[in-house]
Design a protein around this ligand. Structure first.
Ligand code: MTE
Length: 334
């Protein structure tokens, strides 16, 4: 069931299983204190949780609208690994439209204008459509999915995303028989995105998936994280999250979803074809030409003696997505 909240204008699903960000943070703070021997009777109550969350505030860019969601039932969608702190997830980003340093997006993305926002679905479909963000949000029930995101650079995070399977949208527009790939075009507005126009990449930032990859239930059209709408630096107001591929396949601030017959040229592929292939599945057995992909550093666990983690095939989603690549030479199609 859906309800409309009058204060933020969003449609929210009613759910008894909402996990808000305050709750995540509170739960973690509580565990931390308990581990430190500070556990007392007061800690057992949820009121104490709120007090703890306030005692250890995290940085945030502003008060963002809540975007509650029911927990996802999609196979593999809810890793039990420790969730990355919101502060880390929202201040260590790649969003080259706002600069190339990891701290640039959090610093600069306040200029991104996210309202009004429309996403055009076009190309080889029976029912092309232009969705206002508000309509896109309502197209299917919002789900929470806790996914690992692994960057090609060798770091990873665990993030509670909010959104729904991209396949929900794809089914509605009815791809034609010759639609084999989906191209994702992101916002490129030099007035609000200071690095659009720089020569670091060709703009707009474009990504692509094969149609069956785009239809896989784990491929998420995401509007939020940690129970709130996306902060600008994380790709507001709508982005893709493809958990078994290197992070750059997950385009931020989407404006067009285009169905095509031929494999699209993507931003990183155009910039360095030898280094960034079309597939870019997380694969510890295929090194990047300049570094190994066998291990990764989990953001938030990077103390002096922190051990690197072993990177898992398809980022740990092999059981769910391995069959998409059956018989393919993954060294050739990297
Ligand atoms: N989308 C756009 N539009 N521009 C970008 O620079 N960077 C990509 C991807 N999506 C990028 C983008 C890369 S390299 C990564 S690793 C992920 O976003 C990172 O997402 P995060 O910074 O929110 O963790």
């Amino acid at each position: 069931m859906l309800i409309k909240s009058s204060d933020d204008g969003f449609i929210h699903p009613i759910s008894s299983e909402i996990t808000s960000r305050t709750l995540y943070e509170g739960r973690r703070d509580m565990l931390r204190l308990m581990a430190g021997g500070v556990a007392g009777a007061a800690l057992a109550s949820w009121a104490a949780r709120d007090a703890l969350a306030q005692a250890a505030p995290f940085q945030r860019p502003g008060k963002l609208a809540a975007l509650p969601a029911r927990k996802s039932g999609v196979a593999g969608a809810m890793t039990l690994e420790k969730v990355t702190d919101y502060k880390d997830a929202s201040t260590y980003n790649n969003f080259y439209e706002f600069g190339t340093d990891k701290s640039d997006p959090a610093r600069n993305a306040h200029t991104l204008k996210t309202t009004p926002w429309t996403v055009e679905v076009e190309g080889l479909v029976r029912k092309p459509a232009k969705y206002a963000l508000e309509d896109l949000l309502k197209l299917s029930a919002q789900e929470e999915r806790i996914y690992r995101l692994r960057c090609v650079e060798g770091w990873s995070m665990v993030i509670p995303w909010v959104g729904y399977s991209l396949s929900e949208l794809i089914k509605r527009v009815e791809p034609l028989g010759n639609a084999r790939y989906v191209e994702f075009v992101t916002q490129a507005d030099p007035k609000t995105m200071p690095f659009v126009g720089s020569s670091v990449l060709e703009w707009p930032y474009v990504e692509g998936l094969r149609l069956d990859e785009a239809m896989h239930p784990l491929t998420l059209l995401s509007f939020g994280m940690y129970g709130e709408v996306l902060p600008n630096q994380s790709g507001a107001p709508v982005r893709l999250v493809v958990p078994w591929k290197y992070g750059f396949k997950s385009g931020k601030s989407l404006v067009k979803i285009r169905f095509v017959e031929k494999e699209p040229r993507t931003a990183w592929n155009k910039a360095a074809a030898q280094e960034y292939g079309f597939y870019s599945n997380v694969n510890p057995n295929v090194d990047h030409p300049r570094w190994s992909q066998a291990t990764e550093r989990r953001i938030g666990e990077d103390g002096l003696f922190a051990k690197k983690r072993k990177t898992l095939m398809f980022n740990g989603y092999e059981a769910q997505v391995g069959q998409l690549y059956a018989g393919m030479d993954l060294k050739k199609y990297f």
